[in-house]
Write a new protein. Structure first.
Lengths: 203, 420
């Protein structure tokens, strides 16, 4: 039932921000105007705004940092142990509650970085932009395989590409449907995700 | 800090206490500053920041004092007894239920229009809560897309009226059937999932249904929805000032009454009450049937359940389908009451509200769900000045219930026989 309190927390935080800052759309000043230009002026020109470049750079740096941290640090090792067997990890002297708090903080920090980046790129925000993104983050994690960091990255990229193609070839109104449809299909045919390992339940 | 307290070995020293309080205060400052300390304001096209440090100071002070006092209060607080129903002997129970029902039927004739209207809404949520209770409470399947089935029921009536001119009573069974069919079909893929996966996939389904309703503009009317839905008739008698068809009799003409729009309000309330009571009766019977026992077994332990030769697929599907059917009836009634349906009424927050009703009342506890539904729909209506805090409190209630009383206000009581 952890999920129910998580939903409660999500509703609480969204309305907490709405109460403090108002629920309406707000403009974000563009801190990084301009764009990279590819191609010559006569023919096919492609502009890549600096904010998008920033997103890619920050994401790649964070992905590498996260991978290294989870793989090599003490806390990373402890959290991997907890995800395998929380009870056993506790018996071996890992402070399970501390690890859980830490992973929640880490997850929230990554989400916050994502929020800042998307606000810069899109240029407006309101307290409720995060809900659908949260579900899509879950979709991406499931798509790649829960518990696998490269899987989550792969899932995120695939989901984004699928959505964009759906918006281009079908209609932009249907891109959310494609995302959720993808989630359902993955869970139907490959519940462990693309890079996940099958989980066997022991009794 | 007096010597009496510090001599007690179980209490942490005041230094540690101070350290905890300071940590909590710093955390409060961090959390409160960006939301209430710095306020973004729009000045023309630009957005400027204004500073309100007093808010932050007050919040910090409050948290600091609370944290300093906490060890003193710990263990001393009077434990409030949780509400518990007096044990009613089985023989008297029938009398009580009849009395409650009679009261529920009679009071609208003496009450104001607004109160009856709110009560009608509450009855719709009782019905939805009892429906979701079958899925979440009895079978233990966390369904976050329940509102999708509610939408299917509402749109079944709306579309049948719009495209084929069906009346409410003709469309009602079909609305339940359509929702049940949706529940059955959507139940298939989620059968193998459990826990959080199931919850997110059902959430996805709910969103897909809503997005389809928004985007299939030619068929469903898109974001505007379908309006002008007629209210239900009373055995073929229309409840209106004048009949819509030439030569037909209306309700007040037939009974020789003065036309009064209150009749319609009371009639809708009684119908909602009837639907809620029928839902209660059916789910109450179901939980005592083998299928109900199987739901509970599945909720407690799926593997053990399978080892005993029960088919989890059938059990999950039946719970999903029946829950969806109740939502469908609720949806059709909702559409008829509002006279208009649009996708706005079927957002995720509505699912969360129905889930909160089940959680607050106690998963599996029918009486709890009924009380919670009435509480959660009636309270916001009576406290309109707190409307902007409504969702905030609502989220808070969900968290606090899960932390302190996960079994709900009136926990489910297992049916059992005691041998004396």
């Amino acid at each position: 039932m952890a999920l129910i309190s998580a939903i409660g927390m999500s509703i609480f935080l969204q309305n907490w921000v709405a109460l403090g800052q108002g629920a309406r759309d707000m403009a974000v000043p563009s801190l990084l105007p301009g764009a990279l230009r590819f191609g010559d002026e006569s023919g096919f020109e492609v502009f890549v705004p600096y904010t998008r470049v920033l997103i890619i750079v920050v994401t790649v740096v964070l992905m590498i940092a996260l991978t290294l941290y989870i793989r090599h640090s003490r806390m990373g090792r402890a959290s991997r142990a907890c995800s395998q067997d929380m009870h056993m990890a506790g018996l071996l002297g890992i402070d399970v509650n501390r690890v859980i708090s830490f992973t929640f903080i880490l997850g929230a920090v990554l989400a916050a970085v994502g929020g800042v980046l998307i606000a810069l790129a899109v240029g407006k925000l309101n307290p409720f932009i995060g809900f659908i993104v949260g579900v899509k983050a879950f979709t991406a994690a499931v798509l790649g395989g829960i518990g696998s960091i490269p899987g989550a990255m792969l899932g995120g990229v695939l989901l984004g590409v699928a959505e964009t193609f759906a918006a281009a070839y079908i209609s932009s109104e249907y891109k959310d449907i494609v995302a959720f449809g993808l989630l359902v299909l993955i869970l139907l045919f490959r519940p462990t995700g693309l890079l996940g390992k099958p989980e066997v339940e022991k009794v | 800090m007096s010597a009496a307290i510090s001599s007690s070995p179980a209490r942490p020293g005041w230094r540690q206490n101070l350290a905890h309080a300071l940590t909590a205060t710093v955390l409060t400052a961090v959390v409160v500053t960006p939301i209430f300390g710095l306020h973004l304001e729009r000045a023309g096209v630009r957005t400027i920041i204004t500073q309100h440090w007093s808010n932050v100071a007050w919040a910090c002070l409050l948290v600091f004092i609370a944290q300093m006092l906490r060890p003193l209060l710990a263990g001393r607080g009077v434990r409030l007894p949780w509400p518990k129903l007096p044990a009613i002997p089985a023989r008297q129970r029938g009398v009580w239920i009849t009395a409650a029902l009679l009261l529920a039927v009679i009071w609208p004739f003496f009450a104001g229009r607004n109160a009856v209207d709110i009560a009608t809404l509450a009855m719709i949520y009782v019905m939805l809560g009892l429906g979701l209770n079958v899925v979440v409470g009895f079978a233990g399947l966390l369904d976050l897309g329940f509102v999708g089935f509610y939408a299917v029921g509402a749109y079944t009536y709306a579309l049948l009226f719009h495209w084929a001119g069906w009346s409410f009573w003709e469309a009602l069974p079909l609305a339940g059937a359509a929702s049940a069919l949706f529940g059955f079909v959507l139940g298939f893929p989620v059968l193998r999932l459990r826990g959080d996966y199931l919850a997110i996939v059902t959430l996805g389904f709910g969103e897909i249904i809503r997005l389809l309703l928004v985007n299939l503009t030619d068929f469903t009317g898109g974001p505007d929805g379908i309006s002008g839905l007629p209210k239900p008739s009373v055995f073929g008698l229309e409840m209106a000032r004048s009949p819509s068809v030439e030569g037909a009799t209306t309700f007040h003409q037939f009974f020789g009454l003065e036309f009064n729009s209150m009749h319609m309000v009371i009639f809708l309330y009684l119908m909602a009450l009837l639907l809620a009571v029928v839902t209660l009766f059916i789910s109450n019977r179901l939980i005592r049937m083998p299928i109900g026992r199987a739901w509970e077994a599945l909720r407690e332990d799926e593997i053990a359940c399978r080892s005993l030769g029960l088919n989890p697929m059938k059990i999950k599907l039946s719970a999903f389908t029946l829950g969806a059917m109740f939502a469908g009836f609720g949806g059709a009634f909702f559409a008829a009451r509002q006279g208009i349906v649009n996708p706005e009424s079927f957002t995720f927050i509505e699912s969360a509200l129905i889930l909160a009703i089940v959680v607050l009342g106690g998963m599996g506890s029918q009486l709890g769900v009924i009380l919670a539904a009435i509480l959660l729909t009636a309270l916001p209506e009576f406290a309109r000045e707190f409307a902007e805090y409504r969702m905030l409190i609502f989220g808070l209630v969900m968290i606090l219930m899960m932390v302190w009383r996960p079994q709900g206000l009136l926990p489910m009581q297992r049916h059992h026989v005691e041998v004396k």
